[in-house]
Design a protein around this ligand. Structure first.
Ligand code: SF4
Length: 249
């Protein structure tokens, strides 16, 4: 497929999913792939639900960009965050905040850091991601039958064999830009005037939490979780089951 055909195909996938699963939302990390997915999805349905799972470790530029693009594109984003209060930087009437309990995260972090004398996200990034990303995403999709993501199969070693439509535990996941290349993502953004997160100008190719992202890499995700057990890997939201059939309501 050429680029035009890929975009048309993505729109068809999204339109079909909206028809089949009215309780649907687009996950948006505010990275480049998310922004393209959101833009395409809103061409199909300008009012489609957009949600974002943020963590306290995201760089301030991600919060600023979220706030800026939410207003500019009128996304009406819902943000899920493990936090006791809304961070000053995210205070905005145009953002719907859902705060999630912090107790388990704080307890695990304190335990690990006391024993190891090192940061939780370095010693046990899987558990840190589970508590700050996977569990909040479970909450975010709990009332959805399907979600749409910006996952792409050339992003990294762990993303080569996903399908455009997946089902896990009764939850449908649509990956409409799965076959887009990195160059196609940048062309889509520049031709539509979608300004990117400022970290891309610093050489970052994949954005995550501040301590677990770095610039460069042969593949886009190579500099995620560098020097840890999950270097270039996954936070878990695309690999773990986010719903069980029992919880599908
Ligand atoms: S990316 Fe790093 S800081 Fe963020 S949740 Fe995962 S381990 Fe924690």
């Amino acid at each position: 497929m050429n680029e035009v055909e890929k975009i048309d195909h993505a729109k068809e996938l999204i339109a079909e999913a909206i028809q089949n699963y009215p309780r649907i939302g687009v996950a948006c990390s505010f990275g480049k792939d998310s922004m393209v997915t959101v833009h395409i999805a809103r061409e199909v349905d300008p009012k489609i639900h957009i949600f974002s799972v943020m963590t306290p470790y995201k760089p301030k530029e991600s919060f600023e960009y979220l706030k800026f693009m939410n207003k500019k594109m009128n996304l009406a984003v819902t943000v899920f965050l493990v936090a006791d209060s809304v961070p000053e930087i995210l205070k905005d009437n145009a953002i719907k905040m859902v705060l999630l309990p912090t107790e388990e995260f704080k307890t695990k972090k304190a335990e690990v850091e006391r024993i190891s004398a090192s940061d939780f996200y370095r010693v046990d990034p899987d558990e840190c991601c589970r508590l700050l990303k996977v569990e909040p995403t479970k909450v975010a999709v709990s009332n959805l039958d399907a979600w749409i993501t910006g996952l792409r199969c050339t992003e990294g070693r762990t993303r080569t064999d996903y399908e455009e439509v997946e089902e896990k535990g009764g939850l449908i996941k649509i990956n409409p830009i799965l076959t887009f290349t990195e160059a196609e993502i940048w062309r889509y953004m520049s031709t539509r005037g979608i300004e990117p997160h400022p970290w891309y100008a610093l050489g970052y190719r994949s954005l995550g939490c501040e301590p677990c992202s770095g610039p460069g890499g042969e593949l886009e995700r190579d500099c995620r979780w560098q020097n840890t057990s999950k270097c270039g890997g996954e936070c878990g939201i695309h690999t773990q089951t986010l719903k069980t059939l029992d919880s599908v309501n």
